[in-house]
Ligand binder design. Structure first.
Ligand code: SAH
Length: 263
């Protein structure tokens, strides 16, 4: 039987041009692609038509497939000798549970490889014209999740994360934005601290809202931003006007352009 192997592959934040060469090579090699909800259609279009696809769609509060089921599926496919690509949005080891899947495979002696991807923090901020660090504005950057495992449990100490020299990138932070902002203000960040939210970053449907801690929640609500969205807080966001280079195109035009570019 062929050697079983699972590739845990990062698909990047959406723009198919941000896939790594290795990811693209593996997509063409795979027998089965098990993909997340966050993987864009434009990227799935790169999977050859004859390759089996399994949607493992997960959403906060609504699990299409439970993590245990996904783990077991990967195991079963590998044991059947299939070359499996487990395709995840962004980077598989950044808030992606890729490491839990890897642990499960390791525990069962299944060979695996991890292919890093461009994480949302890097991709979305670049496409929103926001550098994560900038001399004189931020000398460190921190990635945190706004999602809490247990809604009834204790709130994260947002005040402790308030640091004017650090860029704060919050994944899954939209729903709890008012709580997060209140904590950061309580921790001493000035209310004029620049802040942004980016929806569907790097895709043809990207939308971005730029404001300050004082008005970000209201702006997000007024614009009707929804997940997937990333929140960036810090002085680097003040460059978003000057460095606003990305012109999102309509999704259909964009997908067609990407398709012809890689064909
Ligand atoms: N492993 C992924 C993160 C998964 S957690 C990565 O490395 O990027 C899911 C969260 O990532 C979303 O709720 C959102 O906060 C963020 N995210 C992922 N892709 C995004 C995109 N294209 N635009 C905005 N936010 C995105």
């Amino acid at each position: 039987m062929a050697e079983a192997r699972v590739y845990l592959v990062g698909a990047g934040p959406g723009d198919p041009d941000l896939l790594t060469v290795k990811a693209l090579r593996l997509l063409r090699l795979a027998d089965v692609v098990v993909f997340d909800r966050l993987v864009s259609d434009a990227i799935l279009d790169l999977v050859p038509p004859g390759t089996a696809r399994v949607f493992s769609g997960k959403q906060a509060g609504y699990h299409h497939m439970r993590q245990d089921d996904i783990n077991d599926l990967l195991l079963r496919l590998a044991r059947a000798g299939r070359t499996v690509v487990r395709l995840k949005g962004g980077d598989p080891f950044v808030f992606g549970r890729g490491s839990e899947e890897a642990e499960h495979l390791a525990r069962h002696n299944i060979a695996f490889e991890v292919v890093p991807g461009i994480t949302a923090a890097a991709g979305c901020s670049a496409y929103a014209g926001i550098p994560l660090t900038h001399r004189g504005l931020a000398d460190s950057v921190r990635f945190v999740t706004g999602h809490v495992q247990d809604e009834a449990g204790p709130e994260r100490d947002w005040a402790a994360l308030a640091d004017p020299d650090t860029t704060l990138v919050i994944y899954m932070g939209l729903r709890r934005l008012p709580v997060i902002v209140a904590g950061l203000l309580a921790g001493g960040l000035p209310d004029h601290t620049p802040a942004a939210a980016i929806e569907r970053g790097t895709t043809g449907a990207q939308r971005r809202v730029v404001g300050t801690l004082a008005d970000l929640s209201a702006q997000v609500e007024a614009a009707g931003l929804a997940a997937p969205a990333l929140v960036v807080v810090g002085r680097v966001v003040s460059l978003a006007g000057t460095l606003d280079w990305f012109v999102p195109q309509s999704s259909a035009d964009y997908a067609a352009a990407c398709h012809s570019a890689v064909a």
